[in-house]
Design a binder for this molecule. Structure first.
Ligand code: PDD
Length: 282
């Protein structure tokens, strides 16, 4: 960890030496947004989509983007360690205010922090999940650093021997504590439609793109908890875990308790897509 290179407010330095004042609004209020961007072969994957979502998150919390897309690209690429599979964590907070006050401070520089970390290269292990009431706020389309509910939900899953909590709001699936959810229902790939109650996942969009290229039937629509309970397959998508098959939900087998055939096809398509991406030298 010590020699991980970080970027903090215009400077590169070791992550272990990066310091933020305690009056930073990210620390006091969770007043900030973030992104997690994977990189393969030394290239940031789906960078434009991640930066577009970052700009949307910033706009939603009324912060001006502190850097241009070209500047983000340059800084984040600089943090990568050769061609290893990595992801960059990037966060922007409203900055250090002169005093603790909920309302925005009059003038303040946002705090920008980023560093890269290794991500797994092996195929994901099949996962177990629980379902849980979605106890989060109403603006889950913003990738806010304010993640206490997500933390508690993931911890609940962990303590019950599972890897993810799949969230239910008003009888409908929204997403996982840190992932988007897909289910295969009567042979059709279903994922909840975008809206304020879920994060518009970059991996989610790519999975839909690949499914459509393979001419697999898919729908973006409401997904009932009852449909999830009888789904033939369930998958979780995220930038760090790609596409994970869920083989047990609330202690019950999903399908025949093994990753399903549609997961295998999409996982393979995802790996092929990554291989082509790696081969396209910058
Ligand atoms: N989380 N939904 C939530 C609540 C998430 O936190 C994430 C990702 C996703 C998937 O989005 P994407 O495919 O763009 O990574 C959906 C990241 C990886 C994290 O918090 O570490």
């Amino acid at each position: 960890m010590n020699d991980t290179r970080a970027y903090l407010n215009g400077q590169f330095l070791p992550l272990s030496q990066a310091r933020v004042p305690v009056l930073d609004r990210g620390f006091l209020f969770g007043d900030g947004v973030y992104e997690v961007i994977p990189a393969y072969g030394g290239r940031l994957f789906r960078l434009d989509q991640h930066l577009e979502r970052l700009e949307n998150s910033l706009r939603a919390i009324r912060l001006e983007p502190p850097l241009t897309r070209a500047q983000w690209r340059e800084i984040l690429t600089e943090l990568l360690d050769g061609a290893a599979d990595q992801a960059v964590y990037l966060q922007v907070t409203r900055g250090v205010a002169p005093k603790r006050d909920h309302a925005f401070p009059p003038v303040v520089e946002p705090t920008v922090l980023a560093w890269a970390f290794a991500i797994g290269t092996a195929a994901p292990a099949p996962a177990k999940a629980i379902t849980h009431e979605d106890i989060r706020w109403q603006w889950c389309h913003i990738k806010a650093i304010t993640l206490l509910a997500n933390v508690l939900l993931r911890q609940e899953a962990t303590e019950r021997g599972c890897q993810e909590a799949i969230l239910i709001r008003d009888g409908r699936i929204t997403e996982g504590a840190a992932s988007n959810v897909f289910a295969v229902v009567d042979g059709v790939i279903v994922t909840p439609a975008k809206g304020p109650h879920l994060l518009p996942g970059v991996t989610r969009d790519l999975i839909l793109e690949l499914a459509r290229e393979l001419a697999l039937p898919c729908q973006e629509r409401d997904l009932d908890a009852a449909e999830l309970a009888r789904a033939e397959e369930i998958w979780l998508s995220s930038s760090t875990r790609e596409l994970v098959p869920v083989v047990e939900l609330d202690g019950e087998a999903v399908g025949d308790s093994r990753p399903g055939p549609l997961w295998r096809r999409l996982y393979r398509a995802f790996q092929d897509y990554k291989r082509r991406f790696r081969e396209q030298a910058p």
